[in-house]
Design a protein around this ligand. Structure first.
Ligand code: DAK
Length: 257
């Protein structure tokens, strides 16, 4: 049983993971990151899990890495930091991941949210990379993913000043796809996850992979990957089922084959 997370398998293939370190505004310590990586590994292997929603509390999605824990690490500790492996496992999650963000979403918390494929934010959410105030810089993908999400100028401004942006600004900048009233953020994220969970799993997986390729490859390679993935899906039973269901005017029943 995880100590720093609550995990709920909701209906229809959706798993909800809630970060639970309220005493530290869900600061990401080694234990929490390890438990989160283990939960995502579990969700990855579980054929009944089709999409995952990750959230925090109303006050904080996560206020960053645990600064009190960081204070105990010297350079050797940082070089052998177990959190690096936890972050890599989180980044490797291949099913759809949706972040439902309320309140503070800072530092490693913002980096965690940016590991999600879709970000839904409550109106009161605040996104920032304040590491510069501690004399450090983002270390879990923040410089790379933020720049890809919001572009160079705003990413530079956020990382170099450490100043946060609000949810509406984040939406205009492309970091967030929808802004909701804070009490509905999780419900909205689950609703989106439920829609995705009903689609053909192989198509979802390859579509996610292709979209992520667009972020880190040149256009020709991305198009090549898309063509391959599209061809692979042409040989699946779910593709036949999708087309047959359309023609028969019924709902498709996808099996993941
Ligand atoms: N770590 C530890 N404790 C934290 C925390 C944090 N990041 N943020 C808040 N807390 C704790 C506070 O210390 C306080 O605990 P007590 O003092 O009551 O025991 C409690 O949560 C409530 O916080 P506040 O009293 O400060 O609440 P306020 O509403 O007044 O302020 C705040 C909320 C979010 C503005 C403030 O707490 C704040 O500025 N927090 C720090 C935000 C921050 O600087 N975040 C960036 C941390 S650096 C790595 C990859 C990534 C990283 C590191 C390594 N590797 C791959 C190895 C990432 C680094 C970071 O994220």
């Amino acid at each position: 049983m995880p100590r720093t997370l609550a995990v709920l398998a909701t209906e229809a293939g959706v798993r909800l993971i809630t970060l639970q370190r309220p005493e530290a505004l869900n600061a990401l310590n080694t234990e929490l990151l390890g438990e989160l990586a283990a939960e995502l590994d579990h969700a990855e292997r579980d054929p009944d899990t089709r999409a995952v929603v990750i959230t925090g509390s109303r006050k904080a999605f996560a206020a960053g890495a645990d600064i009190k824990e960081m204070a105990e690490r010297d350079l050797v500790g940082i070089l052998n930091d177990p959190r690096v492996a936890h972050w890599q496992r989180i980044a490797a999650f291949s099913k759809p991941l949706i972040a439902a963000v309320n309140g503070f979403c800072l530092g490693g918390g913002c980096e965690l949210a940016m590991h999600a494929d879709i970000l839904i934010a409550g109106e009161d959410a605040r996104f920032g990379q304040p590491e510069i105030n501690l004399g450090i810089m983002p270390g879990a993908g923040g410089t790379q993913r933020l720049l890809r999400a919001v572009g160079k100028s705003l990413a530079m401004q956020m990382v170099l000043t450490g100043e946060a942006i609000d949810a509406r600004f984040a939406q205009r900048a492309g970091l967030v796809s929808e802004v909701t009233q804070p009490e509905f953020t999780v419900d909205r994220a689950i609703a989106i996850a439920r829609v995705i969970a009903q689609k053909a799993p192989l198509a979802v997986r390859l579509a996610k992979e292709a979209l992520l390729k667009a972020q880190d490859t040149d256009l020709a390679s991305g198009l090549r990957f898309e063509r391959h993935a599209f061809t692979v899906l042409a040989g699946t039973a779910d593709r036949n089922e999708g087309i047959a269901a359309f023609q028969a005017k019924r709902r498709p029943e996808f099996t993941g084959q």
